[in-house]
Design a protein around this ligand. Structure first.
Ligand SMILES: *[C@@H]1O[C@H](CO)[C@@H](O)[C@H](O)[C@H]1NC(C)=O
Ligand SMILES: *[C@@H]1O[C@H](CO)[C@@H](O)[C@H](O)[C@H]1NC(C)=O
Length: 479
């Protein structure tokens, strides 16, 4: 039957071709929409902060108040939402944390602590808490406070009625696995390569942490997705982060991370420890603070620094603005503390990184922070509304002549006092300390653990997904 007419044959082939193309196209569409990495990662330029001011009106008052509802960003968050809701109905149980018994060289050894015996890993903090020398290293000391809190949680001496986290010795029972590496201290103290070294001690410790952690059964059975790793100094974990990124990092901001390695969905932002003393019994009020706007810090900075330079040009003629240059090193901390206590508003401008301890110094001084840092991420922002006690200004607005002063002057006594009172309420959320007492339920360390706990269900889900194809796996638990 060679008689088949050519046109008919051609027609069938054409239909077949079209169907093939359509099916290939739909295949690509499905692939695209189910790629788990796509929806999860915030571009670093796409922070929620950018959404806060979307008003097209540029008058300061309008713009500041012009918050819009931010849209539900990601579909997959619904799962997290749902899990959170079920948690709400049950009584609050502390987060169960398994901590690796790592060699002291990774943690308190960095503070000079030496165990009395080789088989001892942790100091008995009921007797002796290894001393933290303070100074500028203290800014990134969240690693120290979290670890102390965890160690303390297993002692009978911990009589707190509510604890956000407890240490468990059996990793199968844990919600998360904690890696006690004091990475910021390691960076601060040992990142310089001395003449005799090929690589710095910090680099060596990082390599050893990676080697240790990735060889543990807890890591292997979870892909690291339930691990918590502290990397508060923006330069800490500079190499290890690229190998341990399935874990949750505890960071200061995401300025020096690619969104794949760290992002606001996966990780937890923790406060800096403020360097200025806190201000108990502050009765200053609006009239007790003669300086309208205070800024302390270096002018010439890389990256975000141009905003500082420009602002200085705008503000140097203003009589109730105080600019104080230079580093905090030279007795500057006490002076900065006094300056902030005497000011109504404190400028917080992005420098080398989106965040700095200056914000937390301002909060401790009850000086209403004015934040000019488009990429800043803030601790516990899912439960804390910073608009109640901070003023946010986009960099592009700050560079408009007169904008910043217009905005600050438009905030009157009543509005300012409300923010000041709120500052006095929230300051404890940022207060990192040890020992903790019974009323410390919402002090900094507890707040950080709670932030980790809010992400624990999502971590668990990732672990379950990871385990789909790894049967039989170690560390199986019944839940
Ligand atoms: C750890 O916990 C699991 C699950 O609860 C249990 O089966 C196992 O026996 C425990 N291991 C030890 C050493 O207690
Ligand atoms: C603050 O006030 C309380 C209660 O009035 C008082 O006990 C405390 O000593 C005061 N603290 C300071 C530093 O003045």
């Amino acid at each position: 039957m060679v008689e088949r007419s050519n046109p008919r044959y051609l027609g069938i082939s054409l239909i077949f071709l079209i169907i093939s193309i359509l099916s290939v196209l739909s295949w690509f569409l499905i692939l695209y929409s189910t790629n788990p990495n796509r929806a999860h990662v915030y571009e670093s330029t796409d922070t929620p902060l950018n959404d806060i001011f979307t008003s097209s009106n540029n008058s300061p008052q309008e713009n500041r108040g012009g918050t819009t509802e931010t849209e539900e960003p990601v579909n997959e968050n619904r799962v997290e939402e749902a899990l959170r809701c079920t948690n709400k109905d049950s009584p609050p149980t502390p987060l169960k944390v398994y901590m690796y018994d790592m060699s002291p060289e990774f943690h308190f050894g960095l503070l000079g602590w030496e165990p009395e015996r080789d088989d001892v890993v942790w100091p008995d903090i009921r007797v002796n808490v290894p001393y933290h020398p303070g100074g500028l290293n203290l800014q990134h000391s969240v690693e120290y406070w979290l670890t102390l809190d965890l160690l303390f949680s297993e002692f009978a001496e911990d009589s707190r009625s509510s604890r956000a986290a407890v240490r468990v010795k059996n990793s199968s029972e844990a919600d998360v696995v904690f890696v006690p590496f004091f990475s910021s201290l390691s960076y601060n103290r040992f990142s310089k390569v001395t003449e005799k070294q090929k690589k710095s001690r910090d680099r060596e410790l990082q390599d050893n942490v990676v080697k240790f952690v990735t060889s543990q059964k807890e890591w292997k059975s979870s892909g690291g997705k339930n691990h918590v790793i502290m990397a508060h100094h923006p330069n800490s974990m500079s190499t290890a982060r690229h190998k341990l990124y399935p874990a949750m990092f505890v960071v200061a901001d995401f300025g020096r991370y690619s969104p794949r390695v760290a992002n606001v969905d996966k990780d937890v932002v923790a406060p800096y420890k403020h360097l200025v003393p806190s201000y108990p019994n502050d009765t200053s009020g609006f009239d007790g603070r003669p300086i309208l706007l205070y800024f302390q810090g270096a002018i010439h900075r890389k990256d975000g620094g141009f905003v500082r330079q420009e602002l200085y040009e705008f503000l140097k003629e203003e009589k109730d603005v105080h600019f104080s240059f230079g580093s905090v090193r030279n007795h500057g901390i006490a002076k900065a503390g006094e300056g902030m206590r005497s000011s109504k508003f404190c400028l917080n401008i992005a420098g080398d990184t989106p965040s700095s301890n200056r914000l937390f110094d301002a909060i401790a001084s009850h000086c209403v922070p004015v934040i000019i840092s488009d990429d800043i991420e803030l601790p516990y922002e899912d439960v804390l509304n910073y608009n109640e006690f901070c003023v946010f200004v986009r960099s592009s607005d700050a560079l408009k002549k007169g904008f910043l002063m217009g905005l600050v002057r438009s905030i009157g006594r009543e509005e300012w006092s409300k923010m000041w009172r709120r500052l006095k309420e929230v300051e404890r959320y940022f207060d990192l300390r040890f020992p903790t007492k019974d009323d410390d339920g919402d002090y900094g360390v507890q707040m950080i653990w709670k932030a980790v706990a809010r992400k624990a269900p999502m971590m668990k889900m990732k672990v379950h997904r990871f385990q789909r194809f790894t049967r039989p796996f170690v560390g199986f638990s019944e839940d």
